[in-house]
Design a protein around this ligand. Structure first.
Ligand code: SF4
Ligand code: SF4
Length: 368
């Protein structure tokens, strides 16, 4: 984790800014080495992407707009040769999270020290289930190796399972397994793209019936369980507010949030195109955004998105629910609290993952 005075100042002053995008996800590459069944990226890989110099210019734009948090994803962002330069720059000014599918992080420990969080995607404690979802044999072993290596080396690693029908019964166990070992858990929720971006540079989520949660009550019960667990243990990185909103949604279909795409958050693709969320076509390039941010065109889109109920991507719900100044401060405090807890875990425990066991019992009975 990198906390410079420059960064602390930037985060704090931006937390008080009105009308600014708290959170930006930048998909800095559309290349990937995995074949996840619920993903469109690897089916339509693209070579072209902004250079590191242009990304740094784009990050300057985000500073100007008041962004606090940035997520670097893709594709697999760690496949970029210049990822060191990009991560180094981003982490100077933003709370920076970088994603990896688990295949590469263990080879890049030196670079990843700069990130505030490294999220490793891990969908099951059962190697067969995980490998099936990722479409790559051996993916589970690689992911566990990355989690263990980062943890051993004091990098703030978090585990990120995508909740779907294939693993919903395992989420509690995954959460217990990692938080007991000082490794926090952040969830994604399986969703798929249903808008006009099916063939665009933004398409990500592919419809797969086997992933769709069949019984909403099961999901509501899981939310209840996580709410209880969050009261008793650290390391569950989803806030109470989000868990309660999800529980309500899965109990009675009520969305207690309004989507804040292009208001609290937006996404940028590998070409530098900006969209409120990845399910809608781009509105402009990152370099044009300062001129457009307060335009009537974007204001109209914000109103449209506020009425939209098309998706349940968890990160979009999260940043729709955490938008105003008080919530930003609460969220920033929560993040700093989690980061401190992680520092303590790293200092006192090193890699508990490896020490306890390198082969967890599988949630659904199968084992490696
Ligand atoms: S979900 Fe991520 S890791 Fe899997 S293929 Fe898509 S971009 Fe790659
Ligand atoms: S609900 Fe929001 S994030 Fe989801 S598709 Fe609509 S505008 Fe995009």
């Amino acid at each position: 984790m990198r906390v410079t005075s420059q960064k602390a100042l930037s985060v704090l002053s931006n937390a008080f800014m009105f009308r600014k995008p708290h959170h930006v996800q930048w998909l800095i590459t559309r290349k990937c080495n995995y074949r996840c069944r619920g993903c469109s990226v690897w089916r339509d890989q693209q070579e072209d992407a902004l250079s590191a110099a242009d990304i740094k210019r784009g990050l300057d734009v985000l500073r100007q707009l008041g962004t606090i948090e940035i997520v670097l994803s893709g594709g697999n962002p760690l496949l970029r040769d210049d990822i060191d330069e990009i991560l180094d720059y981003a982490s100077r000014f933003f709370i920076t999270t970088i994603y990896d599918n688990g295949s590469t992080a263990y080879k890049k420990v030196d670079i990843l020290h700069k990130a505030d969080f490294v999220a490793i995607s891990l969908d099951s404690l059962n190697p067969e289930v995980h490998d099936y979802i990722k479409g790559v044999k051996g993916a589970w072993k690689q992911a566990m190796k990355s989690i263990e290596t980062l943890s051993e080396n004091g990098v703030n690693v978090a585990v990120s399972p995508t909740i779907s029908q294939l693993n919903i019964h395992e989420i509690q166990k995954i959460t217990e397994y990692f938080t007991e070992r000082g490794i926090p858990v952040w969830y994604c929720l399986y969703s798929y793209d249903i808008t006009d971006t099916e063939k665009s540079a933004f398409s990500i989520g592919r419809k797969k019936d086997e992933f769709e949660i069949q019984n909403k009550t099961d999901m509501a019960k899981l939310c209840d369980k996580l709410i209880q667990m969050r009261k008793q243990r650290k390391g569950i990185l989803v806030t109470m507010r989000v868990l309660k909103a999800l529980r309500e949604y899965f109990s009675n279909g009520k969305r207690s949030w309004r989507c804040a795409a292009l208001r609290n958050f937006f996404v940028i693709n590998h070409k530098g195109e900006v969209s409120g969320c990845h399910l809608f076509n781009p509105v402009c390039s990152i370099f044009e955004l300062p001129k457009k941010w307060n335009s009537s065109e974007l204001e109209m889109l914000r109103r449209k998105y506020a009425q939209c109920t098309k998706c349940t991507y968890l990160c979009y719900i999260f940043y729709s629910l955490h938008g105003n100044i008080t919530e930003n401060l609460e969220l920033t405090k929560d993040q700093i609290g989690n980061a401190k807890w992680l520092l303590l875990q790293n200092r006192f425990h090193g890699s508990k993952l490896g020490r306890k066991t390198s082969k967890p019992s599988a949630g659904n009975g199968a084992s490696e």
